[in-house]
Design a protein around this ligand. Structure first.
Ligand code: NAD
Length: 243
């Protein structure tokens, strides 16, 4: 599955950076935003996750996010997530960048996670930025800020918004300085995360993609593994153990 050339290079490497997308959580039962998973109640989910919907129809916006939160309470990390915990333990300079908001990398046990799109379990005020404490009641149909009375929102980056600057610059640094870069379960089209593999490759990293299908990144990768993250990543850990 993985080439000998790649495995030999990986074991001599210090700096490994991994970028994950919705695909790594698909085997846990978290829907991606593409294809047949891209609809919720016959509505485009990408349209749901916008400031426009929050402002024009906060009840609908929160119905969607409460549905996603309830769904996430029922899911667990899969073998792909756990393999990345093993990978973190094996490399001195390891960085995990995720576009996912589902918290599953932390639940699995990764400690160094850069969340580019935030975390759905957090609730913040859309007006003043106040983050709700754990004991604060945010269960209403449209939660309201205890500080300013503004409408609250989940702590995720909505489509069309900018990414958290610190997480993005740390991710760009991790991409620029690694020796091996993995792009796993991402359609590799949502910017600015989509540029990270190119930053890594431009700085001499070996670029490896794991996905169930080819993406626009595939032709630029040094190695493309077509397969499920939950099957291919445990295989990689086993292969590394042989060396
Ligand atoms: P995406 O939905 O655009 O693409 C998912 C990719 O994963 C596809 O290329 C698909 O072929 C691949 N894939 C599906 N199952 C796979 C598997 N088992 N193993 C490996 N690959 C698999 O996801 P994206 O690139 O992350 O971008 C969509 C945006 O939506 C992101 O910004 C993210 O914040 C958000 N999102 C997050 C979650 C989550 O937190 N779990 C879920 C859906 C969407």
């Amino acid at each position: 599955m993985f080439s000998e050339k790649f495995l030999k290079r990986l074991i001599k490497t210090n700096g490994v950076t991994v970028l994950t997308g919705a695909g790594i959580s698909a085997e846990s039962g978290v829907p991606t935003f593409r294809g047949k998973d891209g609809l919720w109640k016959n509505r485009d989910v990408m349209q749901m996750a916008t400031q426009q919907t929050l402002k024009s129809d906060p009840e609908l916006f929160w119905e969607f996010y409460n549905w996603r939160r309830e769904l996430l309470k029922t899911v667990k990390p899969n073998l792909g997530h756990y393999a990345l915990v093993d990978l973190e333990k094996q490399f001195y300079d390891f960085n995990l960048i995720t576009q996912n908001v589902d918290n599953l990398h932390f639940i699995a046990g990764n400690t160094k996670v850069l969340e580019l799109h935030g975390n759905i379990s957090k609730t913040i005020c859309n007006e003043c930025g106040h983050e709700a404490e754990e004991n604060e009641d945010v269960s209403g149909a449209v939660p309201v800020c205890s500080q300013c009375g503004g409408v609250m929102r989940p702590g995720v980056v909505l489509f069309g918004e900018s990414l958290p600057q610190k997480a993005l610059s740390d991710a760009q640094e991790a991409a620029a300085t690694c020796e091996v870069f993995f792009s796993i379960g991402t359609s590799a089209v949502v910017e600015p995360a989509a540029s990270l593999p190119y930053i890594a490759k431009g700085n001499g990293a070996y670029l490896i993609e794991i996905n169930t299908e080819r993406t626009p990144l595939s032709e630029h990768a040094d190695e493309v593994i077509i397969g499920k993250a939950g099957e291919t990543l445990p295989y990689l850990i086993m292969a590394l153990d042989r060396y």
